[in-house]
Design a protein around this ligand. Structure first.
Ligand code: AMP
Length: 586
């Protein structure tokens, strides 16, 4: 059978994929498979492509070409060293590098390809792409639209007719397309966007913030120093990427300059919230484009069957939230947004080769994992809400953190509950862990960062950290992805029904698992917090050393006595001692 590969020839990055054992796979060469669409000349005048070229872009801009895709279809020549090239020729270097890596990995010649282009590409731009393939030694058997490829990646195994919205935000371009799949035929109904908007603009915003800080706070003029600006650009992108999974990031760049012969170092904290407000105007524009695409296709949001996220920048969490608000459904990103188009191109290539039943192997979580928090309105707590951290269908391994705030001054502890489930009503989800995190008596509204890491084996690691002190608690839940039995689900439902009546008035009580509270702790007069503490103490008795065990039993008895006597002051003191011991036992 002849070999046909699928290629995503992107503005910022390019990938090549192939069908292996009926499954579309990205061809990697000891790397992630993502190759920067960058062409350069090295010191010996030899052509270099990908990371090697990108690494020298800052120091040798005259010997490097970036974003050639923007110039495809034009006759304008591009200077590279002492020669000028047509855009097709520069693109051909990228295609040749992809072809070579595929031949190396597959161990056979690769002479045919399906290549993707944006839906808005004109005939001239498509023709230039074909020519680039030809120059690179590739027969371009099909040119397909990028949103079509993304839809193929998601829908290759579905037979039904579907209408899909593809939101594609990469490094330098943005498109939104509405794609219709009918009787197996894929058609782009509408496509709009801005081919000068993307992650690079977001990096530039962070760079501007850092440059202002360095000039105004550190009193160091740097604007005309290209090397410092290049370092800031790299640091900004790294920070932006980190903010997709963490609520805060500290940007550290040592030796950023000298003032009065003294080295100046940069250390700047940026929060996700702050970053999101910096790019709010750009993201709102992309949402306007979504409205326009729907209007052009003559569709209402409710007529969309699926929303797909494509392009690295769609990992910014607020994008999924904005789309969910607009379209009324959770967008899909389970196929890596960087690789989705290339995988779809490979599926089309497979079809050209006569392989119809291709799939994409996915390691995703079938459940959402999250925690609960008290929601506060006008300073008054009014209910416990479910806060999902790792959402269903997220690719594994996954890592995500979120920030929470203490409710009041010198708050002593926070109860961390870990849930598995999809309901926005916290008690309808399954409680898989419940931990007490003793705090350092921080001021009101101090940040507690909670991080969840879920791996392929279903091991969920949870860490809560007091941002101010670094004090933390680590917990591991070994089989978080275990499916709950009918019986457990039934019990969970019953528990919910029992709690339902009282939930409205008991929202701030720490009792969650009424059914599990022991008889002793359910004595009349023992309220939720004390009952919970006694339950914890009973559970941890087995873990305690002999002397701790005696101490715990005595404290439990004293606590019950104090409560019998309605002596709440004493009960409070004893609880503190008991909590301390339990905390040290872990
Ligand atoms: P693409 O053109 O699809 O390869 O996307 C590249 C862009 O995605 C670059 O601007 C990257 O900085 C950006 N990007 C990649 N990963 C992330 C992430 N986790 N969060 C935010 N932006 C990202």
């Amino acid at each position: 059978m002849e070999t046909i590969v699928g290629i995503d020839l992107g503005t910022t990055n390019s990938e090549i994929a192939f069908i292996i054992d009926d499954s579309a796979e990205i061809i990697k060469d000891g790397d992630t498979g993502i190759m920067p669409s960058c062409v350069g000349l090295n010191g010996d005048g030899k052509v270099i492509v990908g990371h090697e070229a990108l690494n020298q872009a800052i120091v040798a801009p005259e010997k490097t070409v970036l974003s050639v895709k923007r110039r495809m279809g034009s006759d304008e020549k591009i200077q590279l060293g002492d020669k000028a090239y047509f855009p097709q020729e520069i693109s051909a270097f990228i295609l040749k590098a992809l072809k070579t890596r595929a031949e190396r990995q597959l161990g056979k010649p690769v002479e045919k390809a399906v290549i993707t282009v944006p839906a808005y590409f004109t005939d001239a731009q498509r023709q230039a792409t074909r020519e680039a393939g030809f120059i690179a030694g590739l027969d371009v058997v099909r040119i397909i639209n990028e949103p079509t490829a993304a839809s193929l990646a998601y829908e290759s195994i579905h037979a039904e007719d579907r209408t899909i919205l593809v939101y594609d935000l990469g490094g330098g371009t943005f498109d939104v397309s509405i794609v219709k799949i009918e009787n197996g035929i894929i058609e782009v109904l509408a496509s709009t966007g801005d081919n000068r908007l993307g992650g690079d603009d977001f990096d530039a915003k962070i760079v501007r913030r850092l440059a202002d800080h360095i000039q105004n706070e550190l009193k160091l003029p740097i604007q005309d120093n290209p090397l410092v600006m290049a370092r800031l650009k790299q640091a900004a992108e790294k920070a932006k990427i980190a903010l997709s999974s963490s609520p805060f990031v500290t940007i550290e760049e040592d030796h950023i300059g000298k003032r009065f012969f003294k080295d100046i170092h940069l250390s700047y904290e940026l929060s996700r919230r702050d970053f999101e407000s910096m790019i709010d105007e750009e993201l709102s524009r992309t949402m306007d484009a979504v409205s326009k695409a729907l209007k052009d296709a003559g569709l209402m949001p409710s007529q969309i069957d699926k929303v797909i996220l494509v392009g690295g920048s769609t990992r910014i969490p607020t994008i999924a939230t904005m789309l969910e608000e607009k379209i009324g459904q959770t967008p899909h990103d389970e196929i890596d947004p960087d690789l989705c188009v290339a995988l779809g191109a490979a599926i089309q290539a497979g079809r050209e080769m006569g392989i119809d039943h291709t799939s994409i192997l996915l390691d995703i979580t079938p459940y959402t994992f999250g925690t609960s928090a008290l929601d506060v309105v006008d300073g008054i707590p009014f209910g416990e809400v479910y806060v999902p951290l790792i959402r269903r269908n997220t690719k594994l391994p996954a890592s995500r953190s979120e920030v929470f705030y203490t409710l009041y001054d010198k708050q002593e502890a926070v109860e961390i509950k870990v849930f598995q489930g999809e309901s926005s009503v916290v008690s309808e989800n399954v409680l898989i862990g419940n931990y007490m995190f003793k705090l350092s008596k921080l001021p009101e509204h101090s940040e507690i960062i909670m991080k969840m890491d879920l791996d392929l084996n279903g091991i969920l690691k949870m860490r809560a950290v007091e941002k101010k002190t670094g004090k933390n608690i680590d917990v591991i839940i070994e089989n978080a992805m275990r499916q709950f039995s009918e019986k457990e689900l039934d019990e969970s439902k019953k528990r919910l029904e029992r709690l339902w009546d009282t939930q409205a008035i008991q929202f701030d009580e720490t009792v969650e698992d009424e059914a599990e509270i022991s008889e002793a702790s359910q004595k009349p007069g023992i309220s939720g917090e004390y009952a919970w503490l006694i339950k914890q103490a009973e559970e941890k008795l087995d873990l305690a050393a002999k002397e701790d065990k005696d101490e715990i039993i005595n404290l439990m008895e004293d606590l019950k006595d104090a409560l019998d006597k309605n002596d709440h002051e004493k009960a409070g003191q004893i609880s503190e001692e008991l909590e301390d011991i339990l905390f040290y036992i872990g």
